[in-house]
Design a binder for this molecule. Sequence first.
Ligand SMILES: [Zn+2]
Ligand SMILES: [Zn+2]
Length: 79
Amino acid sequence: MTTSDEANSKPRRLGRQRKRRVYPPCVACKTKASFAWTCRKCDFVMCQECMQDNLWGMTCNNITWTCPDCGWENNFGQR
Ligand SMILES: [Zn+2]
Ligand SMILES: [Zn+2]
């Protein structure tokens, strides 16, 4: 008789939660949003709301947005 069943009764580790991505506060409204657009080149951060407000000045094709800080073209598809 073996005691191999013991391997299956290992206690599961509790309290291990999935880490949510935390975005830095928006440069425009300073709020911490659950999602924000971030520049890939510098640390520019803009929340969805401010991006909508400033969309006219950030993008001309709705595919890429230009970082006002460093001028880097960021893709809307890349988060
Ligand atoms: Zn904002
Ligand atoms: Zn930038």
